[in-house]
Design a binder for this molecule. Structure first.
Ligand code: URA
Length: 244
């Protein structure tokens, strides 16, 4: 399964995770293997149009000053109907250039992390950011930028209706949960987001993990926690009917 990615790239994935992941390999079945979710309907014309409008609006958005320095707004990547949604902070230089979230070094690590629990942006996880435009020099988002951009994220979430959200990094977690609690205080719990009360779990940002590889072990705990929460959610759907 995806675990080999973590093991194969010792430069990025060195240390305790390698050993743990080798040991855990047998337990790394994809999280989104068949579930009791309603059969996937093909995009209706209306839904496809809503996505297309959203992508165009975001790419050309001028709601905050960031449009003056960014190349393009970056909406997100992944299938339009998924159980998992990952939310980061904001596009970096490479993302700004290519128009896709998490395609730089941190993105490679994020892909490896997701792969280890059976998730892949091409098939079963949608990846987006709180901010759609790159802040110059990758500085932290300003509150007014977040306020201007959040409606786009809300529209994405409304269209996707994910079963589980994973916030990566302090900035994403604090903005989504409207809190100033530290990342350490937010990890290890199931929070809930928005009107749909979508379960939300918090873990480290992959860029942080590149700087602090010793914390990869804790991130792996978070991913396993998220996987087990997801399995419980889908089991409940299977036995008790609709969760909502
Ligand atoms: N960091 C983020 O939070 N998002 C990206 O898309 C890239 C780096």
């Amino acid at each position: 399964m995806g675990v080999d990615v973590w093991v194969r790239r010792p430069g990025v994935l060195a240390g305790v995770w390698d050993a743990q992941l080798v040991a855990q390999a047998a337990d790394s079945a994809p999280v989104s293997a068949p579930t009791a979710r309603a059969p996937v309907e093909p995009d209706s014309g209306d839904v496809a149009a809503l996505w297309d409008n959203l992508r165009t609006e975001v790419r050309t958005c001028t709601k905050c000053a960031l449009h003056q320095t960014r190349t393009q707004g970056v909406l997100g990547v992944g299938p339009r109907r998924v159980d998992w949604m990952v939310i980061g902070e904001a596009p970096g230089a490479e993302e700004d250039r290519r128009g896709e979230p998490f395609v730089g070094r941190a993105g490679h690590l994020l892909d490896a992390m997701l792969h280890a629990i059976g998730l892949n942006r091409g098939t079963n996880v949608y990846i987006a950011n709180v901010l759609k435009s790159r802040p110059p020099g990758n500085r932290d988002p300003k509150p007014e930028e977040v306020a201007a951009c959040l409606p786009y994220l809300m529209r994405q979430i409304a269209l996707l209706q994910p079963r589980l959200m994973l916030a990566v990094g302090r900035i994403a977690a604090q903005n989504l949960l409207s809190t100033d609690l530290s990342l350490g205080r937010l990890r290890g719990k199931v929070h809930h987001f928005g009107e749909l009360n979508t379960p939300l779990i918090v873990t480290y940002h992959p860029a942080y993990l590149l700087r602090q590889p010793a914390d990869k072990a804790k991130a792996w705990e978070d991913l396993k926690f998220a996987r087990s929460v997801f399995r419980q959610l889908t089991d409940r759907v299977g036995t008790d009917g609709d969760l909502s």
